[in-house]
Ligand binder design. Structure first.
Ligand code: ATP
Ligand code: MG
Length: 401
């Protein structure tokens, strides 16, 4: 005989039901992903309440023990986290007696407001099989009650204007809306990558896009004091900090690039300088990334955008890499990149007017079709290059955000 269902007592509480992509978090690392999601949620909601999270299958249930949850404030801070499919503002129901479920569903509809709706449906899911009624019976009984309470509503089980969901679990949950999130994969579920993060518009967008595919991104910024200022560096730190809203945390290397840059300025043909600079940056990024277990370098390059981003330029730069380079914006127009930058809130930081290390000694007429073999031949003669590269790596500052 089935065990008897034990009814609990207790008042209802507002909760936010957070749904994440279950398939993405299957396997050994499941616990790790969920912990990371939790950490990111906690970080984004810091100071906004006393939040408590219960883990249920495929979802997290968020409640504010400091008072009634302010959904308007909380929801945007949760929806922006990678891997979250969507959220449902709802109610947790401890007392799962049918009469109480009826009342809670009616209250929920009153709170949501039914003026815009003419038809409804109740959909019950019974995960707790000990519950003494079948899902359909619960839906029918609650539906009857709603019909009585709201004379303006009729039932439409095929295309209702609003569906009220009842989930019978350890406690019951009642909600009616799923507000879509960013989707993507939880950060960390796809291995690590190191993004070359300048203060520009493109590279933060590139970082965002790879993070959306679950890549755990860290960053490297090449700093050329005194040619670039402390404020230029701060801009990159602010961008990295902004990215943590999506990813939870961000490790940023700030690499002193001045000596290496001046060395190259002195020793390579000026019209090819940018290519050599980018190759040197790439090599440093590969070494730093490799140490942390990164599997790819990520950049904000977009084909044809500037002289060094021609197919030939990108070929010559890529040849210096010891791991794959991912360029998620390669096929994007500037406007498309700007649109995303605005959406993710990096645009306003990126357009602050500070200098970039690659533009300070830039040639008037940079080579647009460099030959990789020619570049490599010149580079082979730069006997001190390795020394400068190693120095840059060893003197990198680490900022944990
Ligand atoms: P962004 O808007 O990202 O600065 P951009 O259009 O200005 O890109 P470039 O300056 O040619 O283009 O840079 C191409 C890519 O090289 C950048 O997207 C970034 O990934 C990397 N990069 C350029 N400068 C730096 C830097 N100072 N530190 C780290 N990475 C850099
Ligand atoms: Mg730039």
């Amino acid at each position: 005989m089935a065990e008897e269902f034990e009814y609990k007592e207790g008042a209802e509480e507002k909760v936010l039901i957070v749904k994440y992509g279950e398939i993405a978090v299957r396997g050994n690392n499941r616990k790790f992903f969920i912990e990371r999601l939790l950490r990111t949620i906690r970080k984004n909601l810091d100071g906004m309440g006393d939040f408590y999270v219960v883990k249920e299958q495929g979802r997290l249930i968020l409640e504010d023990r400091g008072g009634e949850m302010d959904f308007d404030k909380v929801i945007p801070k949760v929806l922006c986290i990678m891997g979250i499919i969507g959220v449902s503002p709802g109610v947790r129901v401890k007392n799962q007696r049918l009469d109480n479920l009826k009342k809670v569903c009616a209250d929920h509809l009153r709170e949501v407001g039914v003026d815009d709706y003419r038809t409804f449906k109740i959909e019950t899911k019974r995960s707790n099989k000990k519950y003494p009624m079948e899902s359909n019976a619960v839906s029918a009984a609650v539906g009857e009650y709603i019909l009585d309470e709201f004379p303006s509503l009729t039932v439409d089980v095929h295309e209702p204007d609003i569906t009220v969901y009842i989930e019978l679990r350890n406690d019951a949950y009642v909600y009616s809306r799923l507000i879509k999130g960013l989707g993507g994969l939880p950060v960390g579920s796809s291995g690590k990558g190191i993004v070359m993060l300048s203060g520009g518009i493109d590279s933060p967008v590139a970082a965002f896009m790879m993070a959306k595919r679950g890549v755990d991104v860290e960053g490297v910024y090449f700093n050329s004091p005194p040619y670039t200022s402390e404020r230029a560096k701060q801009k990159v730190v602010d961008l990295a900090d902004r990215l943590t809203e999506f990813t939870g945390s961000f490790k940023l290397y700030v690499v002193p690039f001045t000596d290496l840059q001046l060395y190259l300025l002195e020793h390579v043909p000026h019209d090819k300088l940018t290519i050599f600079l980018k190759r040197a940056m790439t090599r440093v990024a590969c070494i730093l990334g490799e140490r942390d277990g990164a599997l790819a370098v990520i950049t904000g390059d977009s084909v044809g955008q500037v002289a060094s981003q021609t197919m030939q330029g990108l070929h010559a730069i890529s040849a210096a890499a010891t791991m794959p380079i991912m360029r998620p914006l390669a096929g994007f127009d500037k406007q498309e990149i700007v649109d995303i930058a605005r959406q993710i809130g990096t645009f306003d930081i990126s357009i602050r007017p500070y200098e970039d290390c690659c533009t300070i000694f830039v040639a008037k007429h940079p080579e647009t079709k460099p030959k990789t073999s020619v570049i490599e031949k010149i580079e082979a003669k730069l006997t001190d290059l390795d020394k400068y590269i190693n120095e840059a790596v060893e003197n990198a500052e680490i900022i944990e955000l």
